[in-house]
Ligand binder design. Structure first.
Ligand code: NAD
Length: 499
């Protein structure tokens, strides 16, 4: 059985815990590898080594650090196909989607090439007589990234790029379900010139996460995953004085106004609802048509499109629309929630429960589902399903649709489809959700903007990537300097205004 270990001090480190997690091939259901789960002692050791390496890395000038990022970009592009294959094999997403996963991470590394500009401090000449004031952005030291299974390249890259370009060392604790790509990225960074120890990839589970949270050396934690864990990490990190940004789950609504182009809206819902088997934090899982006529017409357009979806393993070709979900437990959870929707009175318009794929009967495939007449009290509405299940909640008016999305506990992304600029503008202004699409179903901001949800989708006050990431991974020191000519006359003990 293939074993996957850790990356410490620029080379593979074989874990000694004797504890492993299974890594599945989601298309066949077979265990294809096992990943070592680190002990607290191994984690503490990796942190101590990272702290040593950080001293020189933090003192390296920002331009040189940026050059490592520049070379990293070239190497990721060189190995794109190899990494996408490894990603699809462990995650199950299609090959083009795996490349997209890497690409959206790569764009943040490209952005990080400009880090020297973002790390420039501020300077006020002559803030007082003979006094200058300036602010420095200094690295935090050792920081940690804890990442989910659903974007095993993109989210580690969102963490690694800004953290390292800012002069920190990082402990990356990727998802134990698809650990290979983060290790490949660490290898490429070494090839790109990153000094050993600056990035340590430690595989593990709750024990490793708790060791990170309790470490007195780690200064900041960037987490992405489900909401209960995000909240747990945020609270425990804060209790030990760490900076924390923790991004959680989602239930993204798409509002379809009566004036929308319904064919475009239906196409958008298919990609955003079923792409990556619904395992995206920016997936649309709730369609909110406004008015009965819009709802009836939308359902009529969705059904034939859903029936045409091609579900299969990534090896079946680039025309596969989506693959399996990540584990048997994930599949069972989706089917349990679908059953609850039926039991609680939602109308199951497209039923994917009996879906099976010849030759892949033990794979974790889930057929596409479409619910109509879902209500806010139902579990399928309240819960993040993270599977190929789209729920339709019919709204009587724009205000009802807006209120529905606003009242949901999650606030990651949302979209509105309309031809009316006034409605779109009102929606963007009033909605209490972090990322908004106007006739765009998955509004993932580009690398130079920031990414982050509101409400239970994000804990902490700075977003991922964009300028916020550089604020998160640095702390500001402000220096007030005077080189007075009259120092010989003796010290001053009063707190003086700058006049
Ligand atoms: P998860 O919460 O199960 O795991 C995320 C990370 O936390 C993993 O590294 C895992 O090892 C660790 N972890 C798991 N259980 C833990 C525990 N009890 N204590 C400490 N650490 C623990 O999430 P997942 O299933 O890997 O990812 C899917 C979730 O991530 C979905 O809810 C999705 O919406 C969310 N997500 C959010 C965003 C965002 O930006 N808001 C992006 C991607 C995914």
């Amino acid at each position: 059985m293939k074993e996957i270990h850790h990356w410490i001090d620029g080379k593979e480190y074989k874990g000694t815990s004797g504890r492993f997690a299974d890594v599945f091939n989601p298309a066949t259901g077979e265990v294809q590898a096992r990943v070592s789960l680190a002990t607290k002692a191994e984690l503490d050791d990796a942190i101590a080594r990272a702290a040593k390496a950080q001293v020189e890395w933090g003192a390296t000038n920002p331009q040189r650090r940026a050059r490592v990022m520049m070379e990293f970009v070239r190497l990721i592009n060189r190995d794109m196909d190899k990494m996408a294959e490894a990603l699809s094999a462990e995650h199950g997403k299609t090959f083009p989607d795996a490349k997209g996963d890497i690409q959206r991470g790569l764009e943040v590394i490209e952005f990080c090439i400009g880090a020297p500009h973002l790390l420039k401090g501020e300077f006020t000449d002559s803030a007082g007589p003979g006094i200058d004031m300036y602010s420095l952005r200094q690295p935090l030291g050792v920081v940690a990234g804890i990442t989910p299974f659903n974007f095993p390249a993109m989210i580690p890259l969102w963490k690694i790029g800004p953290a390292l370009a800012s002069g920190n060392a990082m402990i990356l604790k990727p998802s134990e379900r698809d650990p290979s790509v983060p290790l490949m990225l660490a290898e490429l960074l070494k090839e790109a010139g990153l000094p050993d120890g600056v990035l340590q990839v430690v595989n593990g589970d709750k024990d490793s996460v708790d060791a990170i949270l309790d470490s007195e050396v780690i200064q900041a934690v960037g987490f992405v995953g489900s909401t209960p864990i995000a909240q747990y990490i945020y609270e425990r990190a804060a209790a030990t004085g760490k900076r924390a940004q923790c991004f959680g789950g989602a239930k993204n609504h798409m509002i379809i106004m009566p004036d929308a182009d319904l064919d475009k809206a239906a196409d958008a819902l298919i990609g955003a609802g079923y792409g990556a088997a619904g395992e995206r934090c920016m997936a649309i899982s709730v369609a909110v048509p406004v008015g009965e006529k819009t709802a009836d017409a939308l359902i009529e357009k969705l059904v034939p499109r859903i029936e045409k979806l091609k579900v299969g393993p990534w090896t079946a070709g680039d025309d596969v629309d989506y693959g399996p979900v990540v584990t048997k437990a994930a599949k069972e959870n989706v089917l349990r929630l679908v059953q609850s929707g039926v039991d609680q009175g939602a109308e199951l318009v497209v039923d994917g429960r009996d879906f099976s794929l010849q030759g892949y009967e033990d794979g974790f495939f889930v057929g596409p589902h479409l619910f109509d007449r879902v209500t806010p009290e139902m579990d399928i509405y309240k819960t993040e399903i993270f599977g190929p299940v789209l729920s339709t909640v019919r709204a009587d008016s724009y205000e009802d649709a807006l209120k529905l999305a606003m009242d949901h506990e999650y606030g990651n992304g949302t979209a509105i489809f309309t031809r009316d600029g006034d409605t779109a503008r009102d929606f963007a202004n009033r909605i209490n959700i972090g990322m908004v699409g106007i006739n765009v179903p998955i509004p993932v901001p580009l690398a130079y903007h920031t990414f982050g949800g509101w409400k239970k989708s994000g804990f902490g006050d700075l977003n991922q990537h964009g300028p916020d990431a550089f604020r998160f991974y640095t702390r500001t020191k402000t220096v007030t300097a005077r080189w007075p000519s009259g120092i010989k006359e003796g010290g001053e003990f009063n707190f003086k205004a700058m006049d």
